[in-house]
Structures are given as structure tokens and as C-alpha cells.
Design a protein around this ligand. Structure first.
Ligand code: GLC
Length: 573
């Protein structure tokens, strides 16, 4: 099995990463151009989201051909060059396998529509009257999860967009065809795979109405999911690679099993419970301030649960489906730098493999779009109409999109202060975030106190200290909801990580032994910052390097440590 615990993965959303051919649309040559930047950051793997031929209704997650490259992104030769050039820099490439569904433009679906029974069995078609869908299940992008096809007199299931038809994994032919896809890419030198919403592939035997929800309880972590994953892994040999499954509305026990090495399914799982603590009543489209107590509790529950059950988590705040974390749980203003760094440290030092989403290492913020015309995402556009239908005003609906839209993370990567953030010379497919003149890679790359440099240090630290990748985790400060604190231990090594999640000072109880611990990382300067000094000091470089005095002892008066706004402190025994 490949070692993945001491690695860091960088996620690229190629459409918004770098445009090399001046069409306003990012491409594979653009990624190649930026490999030196990624090598400097120090990452081990790139996970690139789908670049396969696709109508782009869901930005490539509607795949029309799994074994080719969409000309918008380049050619197969570009992909081969990317694999080679990444490899030369010690970086492995991971591809995104969207195996729960295909685009309705895929040949299989087209043949199904043309009446070929064999291909209808590739999907989930159900007989039924045109005015009554087989079940009341809802699509994750809004509306019914079923679409009626008049010429066939049948409905097909689509848990996502109407152009994303769910595959029938019960059909051996489907499973065999998908294994071939993996083997095709493996042969090209792909070093890992991310499996899109893979815990939704096993549907229930009986299709029935859900009177308690939208249907997800019937197909999330479905009846044959473990069998299917074991079979896929066994028959493709992907155990030698890094694999991560995106798990939608999953359970801890299921995730532990997917990622327990003894089960031989996947290397690790993405699970999302910590990113729902600002959903009011679990509804993504109902705004609420983040519930920090819940956040802390969820981290503790999942981290210790995965540990005791032998599972492994992907650690992440951001991806192409989530708003930017600094805008969400941090502070875009006064504590922009400090909060971005604290949020980074808080998850990179947990038990799991960290993922960085493009621009996160620069502290990129939400899009702050003010007009619906600026949005591109199918989910956002659907929900805009749904929200208006629910009686929300345009302003209210726009305020919700501004907080929740997936487009928040899909704005072009901010490379420099040049036009369009240096992403392209032509107007990009989606508007650049206004802050690009301040927040960009050129401004941060050689600044030792930048967010970029802080991520670099975190990545380097994982290499240096085995306790980060191998150690056990236990949570501290149970009574202070504002502080996310934990201890990592491994063969006599120990780290204590304290994170103030808020813009207010807060105190944590210190263990007497900590006075002798060495502070190895922080996000404030080592000087005691007064109120005015804080703004300047927030987020300044603070790594204790030999000569500078370690002031932790002084700060630990009466068995307590005062943490500054969004402060992160990493202590080593
Ligand atoms: C995953 C992807 C998301 C996509 C969905 C359907 O959640 O991350 O972008 O829309 O699956 O494929």
C-alpha cells in the first residue's frame, strides 16, 4: 500500500486555474505552467477535477467520455505531458472519477435513449405513468430526481442534474466498463483517484417514497457499497495508488470501513459534517452563524471515531463545492491573515491527509457577486429560482447565494495584480474576485509572513515530524467552545495545537508541563501585541527559530494561556 499519511494533496479546478491559450477558460497547459509554484509549495499530489469531454452542465461532473480529454482543456498529449512534468517534480497526479452517473451525452445513455435494452440496463430506468415519478426523491440540485422519457415511456433516475443520469452498479457490465476506465488511466501513469459521490452508487432494492426526507437515507452508504468498492479495488490494483472517496451524507462507521486498510476499499474519505455547522436546520440555503460548539464536537467525534475504528480522513475546509473558508469561519477584514493561517493549522495538524484547494493557500475569499447574471453554477441558478418561488425577495435570494454558492470557490485563481488576476488575458468564463490586486500569488510567494509561506511551513512540518502523520489524537479544552485544541502523540513525541476560532481573546487552561514546551509555530509575532499592534501583528511570521525568546512560559500565568484573536499556537514537547 502506498503511504499517504505523510502526504499533502492540492486540488486543481482546471477551468479556473490558469488559461494558457487566451480563451478565458483554464486548461492543462496552464496547469503545467504552474507546476513550479506547486513544487515550491511542497505538495505531493495534485487532484485535478474532471477534464473529460463533457457538455459542462455541471462543469465536467457530467462526463461524456471517461477516456478522452475535452478539447477545451487540451489534448491527450497535454495530459501525458502533465503526468510526466508533475512526476519530474515528485508530484503524482490524481484524476476525478465520476462513477455514480454519466452525462446524458455519453454514448451509453444515447444508446439507451435510442431504445437499446442493453444500455438501458446501464442506468436506472423505471416504468411509470408520465404524471407520477417512481418515487418522491429530490435531486440534490433541486426538483425531482426523476425525468420522464416519453419515447420510452420510462423514467430515469438523476440524483444530480437532469443531464447526469445515475448508473446501475448492479449491472456487472457497468462495473466492468468502469474498471476498464481505471486501468486505462493507471497505465498512463496516474498515481491516484478521487471518486465522486461514491457512497451513492449502491441503490436500494426497492424504490419507495421517502416520507421523512429527500430519499438520501435509502441510497447513501447503500446495501452493496462495500462489495462494489472491494471489487473495484481488487480488480484494478488501485491499492498501490492513493484513493479518496467523496462521501455524501455518510456515517462514521461506514467511513471507517471504507478507509480501514484491512477492508481494502479506499485510502481515505471526504466527509462533510463539519461543513454543515452553519446550515440552519441542516438546510444549506438557510443562513446561520457557524455553531462553533458543534464544529468542535464534530471534529472530536470524527477524529477519535475514525482513529478507534482504524479509518483515515481527508482533512479539508475548501473545495470547488464549498464557499471560501476565510470568508466562512474566518475574517476577511482585520484578521484576514491571522484567521486564514489559524484555519490552516487547525486541520493540517489533525489526524488525516490534508487537502488544499487552489487559492486557499493565498487566503482567497468568497466571490461577493451582487447580480444573478454573475453566477454560472447550475445548483446556484436552480436554487435562486427555488428561493424566489418560496417568496424570498431578489435581495434575500442573492444574499443567500453570496454566502452559499459553489461559485464562491470557482472564481479564477489570483496569480498576480495584472488584469483578471493574471489568470487569463481574456475575460474569464466567470468573474474574478475584486480583491485580486491585494490577494495574489505574486504578492505572497516570497513574503515570509504570507499565508502562502505559512502553508509551506505546515507542509514542511508534516515531513519533519512523524507525530503529525502517525500520531494519535486527543482533544483538549472541552469547556471552551471558542478553542479547538488537541494533542498529538507518537513514540514519545508530542504536539499541542491550540486554535482560537474567534475574533475575541480567550483563555485555555494550560497543563503545567507546557511551560517547558517549545513553541514551533504560530501566527502572531513574538512580541506582546497591544490593541493597536494587533492588526499589524495579526498573521505575522512567528516561528520560533533559535535566537528569539519563547514567551509561552510568560503567557502561561496561573495555569492559563490567553489566546489572541484567531491565534494558533503549536507547542512541542
Ligand atoms: C460532487 C462534486 C460536485 C458535483 C457532484 C455531482 O459532489 O464535487 O461538484 O456537482 O458531485 O457529480
Amino acid at each position: 500500500m502506498t503511504e499517504f499519511r505523510d502526504k499533502v494533496v492540492y486540488q486543481i479546478y482546471p477551468k479556473s486555474f490558469k488559461d494558457s491559450n487566451k480563451d478565458g477558460f483554464g486548461d492543462l497547459q496552464g496547469v503545467i505552467e504552474k507546476l513550479d509554484y506547486l513544487q515550491e509549495l511542497g505538495i505531493d499530489y495534485i487532484w485535478i477535477t474532471p477534464v473529460f469531454p463533457s457538455p459542462q452542465k455541471d462543469n465536467g461532473y457530467d462526463v461524456a467520455d471517461y477516456c478522452a480529454i475535452d478539447p477545451r482543456f487540451g489534448t491527450m498529449a497535454d495530459m501525458e505531458e502533465l503526468i510526466r512534468e508533475s512526476g519530474r517534480r515528485g508530484i503524482g497526479l490524481m484524476l476525478d472519477m465520476v462513477f455514480n452517473h454519466t452525462s446524458t451525452a455519453h454514448e451509453w445513455f444515447q444508446r439507451a435513449m435510442a431504445g437499446e435494452k442493453e444500455y438501458q440496463d446501464y442506468y436506472i430506468f423505471k416504468e411509470g405513468a408520465p404524471d407520477r415519478a417512481p418515487t418522491n426523491w429530490q435531486s440534490k440540485f433541486g426538483g425531482s430526481a426523476w425525468e420522464y422519457v416519453p419515447q420510452l415511456g420510462k423514467w430515469y433516475l438523476h440524483l444530480f442534474d437532469v443531464t447526469q443520469a445515475d448508473l446501475n452498479w448492479e449491472n456487472t457490465r457497468v462495473r466492468e466498463a468502469l474498471k476498464k476506465v481505471i486501468l486505462f488511466w493507471k497505465k498512463k501513469g496516474i498515481r491516484g483517484f478521487r471518486f465522486d459521490v461514491v457512497n451513492l452508487i449502491s441503490k436500494p432494492e426497492i424504490y419507495e417514497d421517502d416520507h421523512e426526507g429527500d430519499g438520501r437515507r435509502f441510497y447513501s452508504d447503500g446495501p452493496h457499497i462495500h462489495e462494489y468498492l472491494k471489487e473495484l479495488t481488487r480488480d484494478t490494483g488501485i491499492e498501490e495508488l492513493v484513493t479518496v472517496g467523496e462521501m455524501s451524507s455518510t456515517r462514521l462507521e461506514a467511513c471507517a470501513r471504507y478507509s480501514n486498510p484491512q477492508e481494502r476499499e479506499l485510502s481515505m474519505c471526504f466527509h462533510f459534517h463539519h461543513l454543515k455547522v452553519d446550515y440552519k436546520d441542516g438546510d444549506k440555503w438557510a443562513l446561520m452563524e457557524p455553531d462553533r460548539r458543534a464544529l468542535k464536537k464534530l471534529f472530536e467525534q470524527w477524529q477519535t471515531g475514525m482513529q478507534s475504528q482504524g479509518g483515515w480522513s481527508a482533512l479539508f475546509w475548501c473545495n470547488h463545492d464549498q464557499p471560501r473558508i476565510v470568508s466562512r469561519f474566518g475574517d476577511e477584514g482585520r484578521y484576514w491573515k491571522a484567521s486564514a493561517k489559524m484555519l490552516a493549522a487547525s486541520i493540517h495538524l489533525m489526524r488525516g491527509t490534508p487537502y488544499i484547494y487552489q487559492g486557499e493557500e493565498l487566503g482567497m475569499t468568497n466571490a461577493h457577486y451582487s447580480r444573478v447574471e454573475q453566477y454560472r453554477d447550475v445548483e446556484s441558478l436552480n436554487y435562486y429560482m427555488i428561493l424566489l418561488g418560496q417568496g424570498k425577495t431578489k435581495e434575500e435570494a442573492l444574499a443567500i447565494l453570496a454566502a452559499r454558492s459553489r461559485d464562491n470557490s470557482r472564481t479564477p485563481m489570483q496569480w498576480s495584480a495584472a488584469a483578471y488576476g493574471g489568470f487569463s488575458e481574456k475575460e474569464p468564463w466567470i468573474a474574478v474576485q475584486d480583491s485580486y490586486q491585494k490577494i495574489n500569488a505574486a504578492a505572497q510567494r516570497y513574503d515570509d509572513s504570507s499565508i502562502f509561506s505559512f502553508y509551506k511551513k505546515l507542509i514542511a512540518l508534516r515531513r519533519e515530524k512523524a507525530v503529525i502523520s502517525q500520531g494519535s489524537i486527543a482533544f483538549l479544552a472541552p469547556d471552551n467552545a471558542d478553542v479547538l485544541a488537541y494533542r498529538r502523540q507518537w513514540e514519545g513525541e508530542e504536539l499541542v495545537v491550540l486554535n482560537n476560532l474567534t475574533a475575541e481573546e480567550t483563555t485555555v487552561t494550560a497543563e503545567p508541563a507546557w511551560t517547558a514546551y517549545r513553541k514551533i509555530l504560530g501566527n502572531y509575532e513574538n512580541t506582546a501585541a497591544g490593541a493597536e499592534g494587533q492588526e499589524r501583528a495579526a498573521g505575522q511570521a512567528d516561528e520560533v527559530t533559535g535566537s528569539r525568546p519563547d514567551r509561552m512560559g510568560e503567557r502561561m500565568a496561573e495555569g492559563r494561556i490567553v489566546l489572541r484573536p484567531y491565534e494558533t499556537v503549536v507547542l512541542e514537547k
